[in-house]
Write a protein that binds this ligand. Structure first.
Ligand code: ZN
Ligand code: FE
Length: 251
């Protein structure tokens, strides 16, 4: 049974250590802060054996070298991570990665960067999605195209609705403001958005989040919804996604 240890690090990242008690294996999901990851693993009594990167950005792979140096762990990553780190195993869409007896499927969720991947663990009902989807939002489109990003979001939407999404940043409060602007007549969104500020002021985390809720509240996942397309003057999901992403960038 998968154990997940979540902790805030850097200014607004979440760090994740995942552990398989049967085999004793532990993987870092990304490496925003090597010292913090090593401290957190030691506090849990877990020995880091792997790193699974989602994309090449320094707040995701910047701690690779130091953690490998300290633990001798194996680095699993998309090829783009070679921009800032050595990799032991390059993975692409359709590959599987193992943590002891647990299996993760590699999903292409490119758009934020060109090689961005997610790790989906079906037995745990869990997906680590990096900076592709956030609660009520999605990553900035630094390298990809709207068509590519929309296709990636379709792959996330295709996971079982009960899947818990573990994204890499606590951006929900600011995402909620834009989401309500993007989709003002959405009652489910309005209800959820109204809880966020309270939660955050009490120090609560809004991550992970169930895919089922994102499907009805996240405007970027709902770019195929007729109401969103009408509001944003779009004839296709790709056009609606492009309009939403551009508007969010300057919101
Ligand atoms: Zn990023
Ligand atoms: Fe990031």
């Amino acid at each position: 049974m998968l154990q997940i240890h979540q902790f805030p690090c850097l200014s607004d990242n979440y760090g994740y250590l995942i552990h398989d008690p049967a085999s004793g294996e532990t993987a870092c999901i990304d490496t925003p802060d090597a010292d913090e990851y090593l401290r957190q693993a030691a506090a849990k009594g877990w020995t880091i054996t792997q790193i699974w990167n989602t994309h090449w950005h320094p707040d995701h792979a910047g701690g690779n070298a130091a953690i490998k140096e300290a633990t001798g762990c194996v680095i699993v990553a998309p090829a783009e991570v070679e921009r800032i780190s050595a990799i032991d195993r390059i993975v692409v869409q359709g590959d599987t990665v193992s943590l002891g007896g647990l299996t993760a499927q590699v999903i292409d969720v490119s758009g934020h960067t060109n090689g961005h991947i997610a790790y989906y663990l079906p037995e745990a009902g869990t997906a680590f999605v990096g900076d592709s989807v956030f609660a009520l939002g999605c990553g900035r489109m630094f390298e990809g195209t709207p068509d590519q990003f929309w296709a990636s979001l379709q792959r996330i939407k295709g996971l079982p609705a009960e899947t818990m999404l573990y994204c890499a940043h606590e951006y929900t409060a600011s995402n909620a403001k834009f989401a309500v602007h993007a989709d003002p007549d959405n009652a489910a969104l309005a209800a959820y958005a109204s809880e966020i500020a309270d939660k955050r002021s009490q120090g609560e985390w809004t991550v992970p989040m169930p895919l089922s809720r994102e499907l009805v509240t996240n405007p970027f996942l709902r770019a195929d919804d007729p109401a969103i397309q009408a509001r944003w003057g779009a004839a296709t999901p790709e056009e609606a996604f492009a309009a939403l992403r551009a508007a969010k960038d300057s919101f």
